[in-house]
Design a protein around this ligand. Structure first.
Ligand SMILES: O=C(CO)[C@H](O)[C@H](O)COP(=O)(O)O
Ligand SMILES: [Fe+2]
Length: 220
Protein backbone atom coordinates (compact mmCIF):
# COMPACT_ATOMS: atom_id res chain seq x y z
CA UNK A 1 0.00 0.00 0.00
CA UNK A 2 1.39 3.40 -0.93
CA UNK A 3 1.03 6.45 1.28
CA UNK A 4 0.35 10.04 0.29
CA UNK A 5 1.27 13.23 2.14
CA UNK A 6 -1.00 16.22 1.57
CA UNK A 7 0.32 19.39 3.26
CA UNK A 8 -2.43 21.83 4.19
CA UNK A 9 -1.75 25.36 3.02
CA UNK A 10 -4.05 26.56 5.80
CA UNK A 11 -0.79 26.69 7.78
CA UNK A 12 1.16 28.46 4.99
CA UNK A 13 1.77 32.20 4.66
CA UNK A 14 -1.26 33.43 2.68
CA UNK A 15 0.65 36.35 1.15
CA UNK A 16 3.41 34.00 0.00
CA UNK A 17 1.36 31.04 -1.13
CA UNK A 18 3.24 30.38 -4.36
CA UNK A 19 6.54 30.27 -2.45
CA UNK A 20 5.06 28.04 0.26
CA UNK A 21 3.55 25.66 -2.29
CA UNK A 22 6.91 25.40 -4.07
CA UNK A 23 8.43 24.41 -0.71
CA UNK A 24 6.39 21.21 -0.67
CA UNK A 25 7.01 20.16 -4.28
CA UNK A 26 7.98 16.67 -3.02
CA UNK A 27 4.46 16.17 -1.58
CA UNK A 28 1.91 13.92 -3.27
CA UNK A 29 -0.95 16.41 -3.02
CA UNK A 30 -1.55 19.93 -1.79
CA UNK A 31 -4.51 20.22 0.58
CA UNK A 32 -6.71 23.26 0.02
CA UNK A 33 -9.20 24.02 2.82
CA UNK A 34 -12.30 25.89 1.70
CA UNK A 35 -14.35 27.27 4.62
CA UNK A 36 -17.50 29.36 4.21
CA UNK A 37 -18.19 30.61 7.77
CA UNK A 38 -21.49 28.66 7.68
CA UNK A 39 -20.64 24.96 7.71
CA UNK A 40 -17.70 25.89 9.98
CA UNK A 41 -17.08 29.10 11.90
CA UNK A 42 -14.11 30.18 9.88
CA UNK A 43 -13.53 31.65 6.46
CA UNK A 44 -10.68 30.99 4.06
CA UNK A 45 -10.98 31.58 0.32
CA UNK A 46 -12.89 30.29 -2.67
CA UNK A 47 -12.82 29.46 -6.35
CA UNK A 48 -10.82 32.40 -7.66
CA UNK A 49 -7.93 31.81 -5.30
CA UNK A 50 -8.03 28.04 -5.85
CA UNK A 51 -7.88 28.57 -9.60
CA UNK A 52 -4.62 30.54 -9.21
CA UNK A 53 -3.23 27.88 -6.88
CA UNK A 54 -4.06 25.26 -9.52
CA UNK A 55 -2.18 27.33 -12.11
CA UNK A 56 1.02 27.68 -10.08
CA UNK A 57 1.15 24.31 -8.28
CA UNK A 58 3.14 21.42 -9.74
CA UNK A 59 1.49 19.20 -7.10
CA UNK A 60 -2.12 18.00 -7.68
CA UNK A 61 -4.82 19.72 -5.62
CA UNK A 62 -6.70 17.94 -2.84
CA UNK A 63 -9.66 20.26 -2.18
CA UNK A 64 -11.49 19.92 1.16
CA UNK A 65 -14.83 21.72 1.05
CA UNK A 66 -16.07 22.71 4.50
CA UNK A 67 -19.09 24.47 3.06
CA UNK A 68 -22.86 24.29 2.95
CA UNK A 69 -24.51 23.48 -0.35
CA UNK A 70 -21.60 21.51 -1.83
CA UNK A 71 -23.88 20.59 -4.77
CA UNK A 72 -23.57 24.20 -5.93
CA UNK A 73 -19.78 24.51 -5.60
CA UNK A 74 -18.02 21.15 -5.75
CA UNK A 75 -18.41 20.74 -9.55
CA UNK A 76 -16.75 24.13 -10.05
CA UNK A 77 -13.65 22.97 -8.18
CA UNK A 78 -13.61 19.83 -10.32
CA UNK A 79 -13.95 22.04 -13.39
CA UNK A 80 -10.87 24.09 -12.57
CA UNK A 81 -8.80 20.89 -12.52
CA UNK A 82 -8.60 19.84 -8.86
CA UNK A 83 -7.33 16.26 -8.65
CA UNK A 84 -9.61 15.36 -5.73
CA UNK A 85 -12.68 17.19 -4.44
CA UNK A 86 -14.01 16.20 -1.01
CA UNK A 87 -17.31 17.47 0.40
CA UNK A 88 -18.82 16.85 3.84
CA UNK A 89 -21.44 14.13 4.24
CA UNK A 90 -23.20 16.34 6.80
CA UNK A 91 -23.67 19.12 4.23
CA UNK A 92 -24.66 17.13 1.14
CA UNK A 93 -28.29 16.39 0.29
CA UNK A 94 -27.37 13.26 -1.69
CA UNK A 95 -23.66 12.32 -1.27
CA UNK A 96 -23.82 9.51 -3.84
CA UNK A 97 -25.38 11.72 -6.53
CA UNK A 98 -22.77 14.41 -5.92
CA UNK A 99 -19.90 11.89 -6.02
CA UNK A 100 -21.23 10.50 -9.30
CA UNK A 101 -21.36 14.00 -10.78
CA UNK A 102 -17.76 14.69 -9.71
CA UNK A 103 -16.54 11.38 -11.11
CA UNK A 104 -18.25 12.16 -14.39
CA UNK A 105 -16.09 15.28 -14.50
CA UNK A 106 -12.97 13.13 -14.17
CA UNK A 107 -12.16 14.09 -10.57
CA UNK A 108 -11.58 11.83 -7.58
CA UNK A 109 -14.71 12.21 -5.47
CA UNK A 110 -14.31 12.31 -1.70
CA UNK A 111 -16.73 12.26 1.19
CA UNK A 112 -15.69 13.63 4.60
CA UNK A 113 -17.11 12.91 8.04
CA UNK A 114 -16.72 15.00 11.19
CA UNK A 115 -15.46 13.21 14.33
CA UNK A 116 -19.00 12.73 15.66
CA UNK A 117 -20.51 11.47 12.40
CA UNK A 118 -20.87 7.68 12.21
CA UNK A 119 -19.33 5.96 9.20
CA UNK A 120 -21.89 3.12 9.19
CA UNK A 121 -24.20 4.56 6.50
CA UNK A 122 -21.27 4.93 4.07
CA UNK A 123 -19.76 1.47 4.46
CA UNK A 124 -22.22 -0.07 2.04
CA UNK A 125 -21.64 2.79 -0.39
CA UNK A 126 -17.84 2.72 -0.54
CA UNK A 127 -17.78 1.86 -4.25
CA UNK A 128 -19.37 5.25 -4.93
CA UNK A 129 -16.35 7.20 -3.63
CA UNK A 130 -12.66 7.49 -4.48
CA UNK A 131 -11.70 8.91 -1.10
CA UNK A 132 -13.11 8.90 2.44
CA UNK A 133 -11.84 11.64 4.73
CA UNK A 134 -12.08 10.84 8.42
CA UNK A 135 -11.70 14.14 10.27
CA UNK A 136 -9.40 13.72 13.26
CA UNK A 137 -10.33 17.17 14.66
CA UNK A 138 -13.50 19.24 14.50
CA UNK A 139 -13.25 21.00 11.13
CA UNK A 140 -12.65 24.74 11.12
CA UNK A 141 -9.16 25.43 12.37
CA UNK A 142 -5.59 24.21 12.05
CA UNK A 143 -3.35 23.48 15.02
CA UNK A 144 -5.80 21.35 17.01
CA UNK A 145 -5.08 18.05 18.79
CA UNK A 146 -5.58 14.69 17.09
CA UNK A 147 -8.64 12.75 18.33
CA UNK A 148 -7.73 9.08 18.89
CA UNK A 149 -11.38 8.16 19.24
CA UNK A 150 -11.84 8.53 15.46
CA UNK A 151 -9.53 5.57 14.74
CA UNK A 152 -12.19 2.81 14.95
CA UNK A 153 -13.81 4.38 11.85
CA UNK A 154 -10.56 3.99 9.95
CA UNK A 155 -10.11 0.41 11.01
CA UNK A 156 -13.62 -0.41 9.79
CA UNK A 157 -12.99 1.37 6.49
CA UNK A 158 -9.61 -0.29 5.93
CA UNK A 159 -11.01 -3.75 6.54
CA UNK A 160 -13.78 -3.25 3.98
CA UNK A 161 -11.62 -1.52 1.37
CA UNK A 162 -9.11 -4.37 1.51
CA UNK A 163 -11.76 -7.09 1.61
CA UNK A 164 -13.51 -5.67 -1.45
CA UNK A 165 -10.24 -4.75 -3.21
CA UNK A 166 -11.38 -1.16 -3.74
CA UNK A 167 -9.27 1.80 -4.88
CA UNK A 168 -10.60 4.12 -2.17
CA UNK A 169 -8.10 6.42 -0.46
CA UNK A 170 -8.52 6.71 3.31
CA UNK A 171 -7.53 10.18 4.40
CA UNK A 172 -7.05 11.72 7.85
CA UNK A 173 -7.01 15.44 8.54
CA UNK A 174 -6.29 17.33 11.74
CA UNK A 175 -3.50 17.16 14.30
CA UNK A 176 -1.32 14.89 12.16
CA UNK A 177 2.35 15.08 13.19
CA UNK A 178 5.35 12.74 13.50
CA UNK A 179 3.69 10.88 16.38
CA UNK A 180 0.02 10.76 15.39
CA UNK A 181 0.74 9.79 11.78
CA UNK A 182 1.98 6.46 13.11
CA UNK A 183 -1.32 5.87 14.92
CA UNK A 184 -3.39 6.79 11.87
CA UNK A 185 -1.21 4.70 9.51
CA UNK A 186 -1.49 1.66 11.77
CA UNK A 187 -5.28 2.10 11.85
CA UNK A 188 -5.41 2.01 8.05
CA UNK A 189 -5.08 5.56 6.71
CA UNK A 190 -3.05 5.96 3.51
CA UNK A 191 -3.45 9.69 2.82
CA UNK A 192 -2.32 12.18 5.44
CA UNK A 193 -3.10 15.89 5.66
CA UNK A 194 -0.69 17.92 7.77
CA UNK A 195 -0.69 21.68 8.12
CA UNK A 196 1.14 22.83 11.24
CA UNK A 197 3.50 19.84 11.26
CA UNK A 198 4.73 20.68 7.75
CA UNK A 199 4.86 24.46 7.83
CA UNK A 200 5.88 25.13 11.41
CA UNK A 201 9.57 24.29 10.83
CA UNK A 202 12.23 25.89 8.67
CA UNK A 203 12.18 23.15 6.02
CA UNK A 204 8.67 22.01 4.99
CA UNK A 205 9.94 19.59 2.34
CA UNK A 206 12.04 17.75 4.93
CA UNK A 207 8.94 17.46 7.13
CA UNK A 208 7.07 15.90 4.20
CA UNK A 209 9.84 13.33 3.78
CA UNK A 210 9.88 12.55 7.50
CA UNK A 211 6.11 12.17 7.69
CA UNK A 212 6.13 9.87 4.65
CA UNK A 213 8.83 7.69 6.18
CA UNK A 214 6.91 7.36 9.43
CA UNK A 215 3.67 6.51 7.64
CA UNK A 216 5.45 3.90 5.50
CA UNK A 217 7.07 2.34 8.55
CA UNK A 218 3.74 2.02 10.39
CA UNK A 219 1.32 1.38 7.54
CA UNK A 220 -1.43 -1.12 8.02
O1 LIG B 1 -9.39 20.79 7.49
C1 LIG B 1 -8.65 21.33 8.29
C2 LIG B 1 -9.21 22.03 9.49
O2 LIG B 1 -10.58 21.92 9.48
C3 LIG B 1 -7.15 21.35 8.05
O3 LIG B 1 -6.87 20.64 6.86
C4 LIG B 1 -6.37 20.76 9.21
O4 LIG B 1 -6.74 21.30 10.40
C5 LIG B 1 -4.87 20.86 9.00
O5 LIG B 1 -4.24 21.54 10.01
P1 LIG B 1 -3.34 20.86 11.17
O6 LIG B 1 -2.49 19.82 10.52
O7 LIG B 1 -2.58 22.02 11.71
O8 LIG B 1 -4.30 20.25 12.17
FE1 LIG C 1 -8.70 20.00 5.62
Amino acid sequence: MSVRISPSILAADFVNLERDISRISNADLVHVDIMDNHFVSNLTFGLQMTERIQQVSTVPLDVHLMIDNPERWAPEYADLGAFAVTFHAEAAVDPVALARALRAQGTRAGVAVKPGTPIGPYLELLEEFDLVLVMTVEPGFGGQSFMDETMPKLRQLRELVDKRGLDVWLEVDGGIDERTIEIAAAAGADTFVAGSAVYRGADPSLRVTELRERALAHRH
